[in-house]
Write a protein that binds this ligand. Structure first.
Ligand SMILES: NC(=O)c1ccc[n+]([C@@H]2O[C@H](COP(=O)([O-])OP(=O)(O)OC[C@H]3O[C@@H](n4cnc5c(N)ncnc54)[C@H](OP(=O)(O)O)[C@@H]3O)[C@@H](O)[C@H]2O)c1
Length: 335
């Protein structure tokens, strides 16, 4: 499958069907870096389950999105296996007294946990809004050298609209995502696979917004870059609900854009953010300041793409926050 050109802004949450009637055991689990998710027939797990109760293994459960997803699953009485690289970190985030019934597993135990699950959600990964390693830079450099004289498609555009079927880009993030999705599609064909391409998630306690808020305080909430770039965002509650729906509804398959239906230009986003923060929106936040807090991942914000969640809407998904103004208000008010 080709990734859409929007991939520069996106990463993937790979989830597998929660169906309680998988015909076969899941047959493979790739390394965490490959973001492949797998599932197993509930009856094969050997554990007693209530009707419609899922056992979901979640990698990256200790992160910004994962923590909220774990709470969402537990609220509906599902069981969660937290697959982590650090048991102590996970125990700190999910203290046993408050999170009864979750299983915390480090890497050697992941396979058994997955075998005993109905579904796997893969949220593990380094944030895009971070400094990239030398290997990333080297890879970028090689490709830049190779593109002389060629008409490369870029992952960003001020005019194009990206839906799930849009062609893939050729920038570094598009390439990485193409590899991830390619690996994920190698999963056993009996396993329902959903690949959610996530936009910039708006939440107070993580993601790009948490890093941008102090900048906005410092620079009086002005625009970023030219301000004309598209900003494809989604509220934390909505991305968690979309993942939950993907787990619960067999009609969710394949690639689904995880963005709100009304992307905005960055200038508009900044206006709303300034208003929501009660700050005037006049002094532009310089690119260098954004790059200082978001690293090379600032390109995701500064280059921008207009992404539409065509599949989610076809599937009838209801966004709690379709408009950025409401999403920002809710985020900053902590509701
Ligand atoms: N937040 C956004 O706006 C956004 C937008 C698009 C895509 N995404 C993607 O969605 C996923 C979850 O996002 P998030 O914001 O919740 O991320 P996060 O807060 O950074 O958490 C990700 C989790 O992944 C694990 N992890 C971190 N680095 C890793 C590495 N090098 N190898 C393996 N595991 C690693 C960590 O869990 P343990 O330490 O417990 O193993 C961490 O808690 C990520 O892949 C991210 O790239 C996020």
């Amino acid at each position: 499958m080709e990734l859409c050109r929007t991939t520069a802004a996106f990463s993937w949450a790979h989830s597998i069907s929660p169906s309680l009637h998988f015909p076969q055991r899941f047959s493979m689990c790739e390394s965490k870096g490959l973001r492949v998710c797998c599932a197993v027939n509930a009856s094969a797990s050997g554990q007693s389950q209530k009707e419609n109760q899922m056992i979901v293994s979640v990698t990256g459960a200790t992160g910004f999105i994962g923590r909220r997803l774990v709470q969402r699953l537990l609220a509906d009485d599902h069981r969660v296996h937290v697959l982590t690289r650090s048991r102590s970190k996970a125990q700190f985030i999910f203290p046993a007294k408050d999170f009864r019934g979750i299983v915390i597993a480090e890497e050697p135990e992941w396979k058994d946990c997955i075998q005993g699950s109905n579904a796997v959600v893969n949220l593990a990964g380094m944030p895009i809004s971070t400094r990239w390693s030398p290997e990333v830079s080297i890879r970028n450099k090689k490709r830049d050298q190779g593109k002389q004289g060629q008409d490369y498609l870029k992952g960003a555009s001020e005019t194009l609209v990206f839906k799930e079927q849009s062609p893939s880009g050729n920038d570094y993030l598009a390439e990485v995502c193409r590899e991830w999705e390619g690996k994920a599609f190698k999963v056993n064909k009996d396993v329902r696979l959903v690949l959610i391409r996530i936009g910039v998630v708006l939440g107070k306690d993580g993601g790009a917004l948490a890093k941008m808020i102090p900048l906005f305080n410092l620079f009086a909430g002005g625009p970023l870059g030219s301000g004309k770039q598209w900003f494809s965002w989604i509220h934390l509650d909505d991305i968690v609900e979309l993942i939950y729906e993907a787990l619960s509804s067999p009609s969710y398959t394949g690639v689904i854009n995880g963005t709100a239906p009304n992307p905005v230009r960055l200038a508009e986003m900044c206006d709303h953010l300034g208003n929501a923060m009660g700050r005037p929106s006049w002094l532009p936040v310089p690119d260098f300041a954004l790059k200082a807090v978001l690293g090379e991942g600032a390109s995701v914000v500064l280059d921008g793409q207009k992404v539409l969640p065509a599949r989610a809407q076809e599937l009838g998904f209801t966004f709690k926050y379709p408009y950025v103004k409401d999403a920002l208000r809710a985020t900053l008010l902590g509701s």
